[in-house]
Design a binder for this molecule. Structure first.
Ligand code: AMP
Length: 212
């Protein structure tokens, strides 16, 4: 199964990807997580990406295409995968097509901008494994400690209010056109994502079961 999770930053892509990973035993490939790791380690990709990420803009397509191409070649991705946060531009979607990546379904998680701002400002992430939490909607069991690996929970630099605005603008301008792109290919399923995490997961699982 090859899936794409589409939606604004903070729509719940990462959270839902974790549930899909567990149920269908396929890895979630998150360009955001890969890039944050690269920035942390000071790799050439990290050095190229950092300024764009800090400003809330998109990292250039050639960098992203290289990163995701490499990640898709890893052994664990051979049985299928969930693309979380990629593609984010038409050029990235076209690159996937020309690589021959045959996507089964694109889940577009829909949440209003107002709701997104509320969510991103309460988001906390594990600095070690990248797992995502929310102070109100998805708290960790122990404050500021990751349930999964015990790492410390931090506020992402790009979750500051000004950067959130820039990220939402990038989403509307560059990523939203992908909705029509995948609609035209008969791959798009719209998932109402403004209610609870559980309700959204339920809707996603219904859509995935219909595939089988
Ligand atoms: P995310 O964790 O998916 O919200 O990604 C964090 C940041 O990484 C984004 O705001 C972008 O700067 C960058 N990024 C992640 N994925 C992509 C992508 N597919 N295209 C361009 N930039 C990306």
């Amino acid at each position: 199964m090859k899936l794409i999770l589409l939606g604004a930053p903070g729509a719940g892509k990462g959270t839902q990807a974790e549930f899909i990973e567990k149920k269908y035993d396929i890895p979630s490939l998150s360009t955001g997580n890969i890039l944050r790791e690269a920035v942390k380690n000071g790799t050439p990709v990290g050095l190229k990406a950092k300024a764009y990420m800090d400003a809330g803009g998109l990292v250039p397509d050639d960098v992203i295409i290289g990163v995701i191409k490499e990640r898709m070649q890893a052994p664990d991705a051979q049985k299928g995968f969930i693309l979380d946060g990629v593609p984010r531009t038409l050029a990235q979607a076209e690159a996937l097509e020309s690589m021959g990546v045959d996507i089964d379904l694109v889940l577009d998680i829909e949440v209003s901008d107002e709701n997104i701002i509320e969510r991103l400002s309460g988001r906390r992430v594990c600095e070690k494994c990248g797992a995502s939490y929310h102070t109100v909607f998805k708290p960790s069991q122990k404050p500021e400690v990751c349930d999964r690996c015990g790492g410390r929970l931090i506020i992402r630099k790009d979750d500051e209010p000004e950067t959130i605005k820039a990220r939402l603008a990038a989403y509307h301008e560059q990523t939203e056109p992908l909705i029509d792109f995948y609609k035209q290919r008969g791959k798009l399923v719209e998932i109402e994502g403004s209610y609870s995490v559980e309700k959204t997961t339920e809707r996603i699982f219904q859509a995935l079961e219909a595939l089988r």
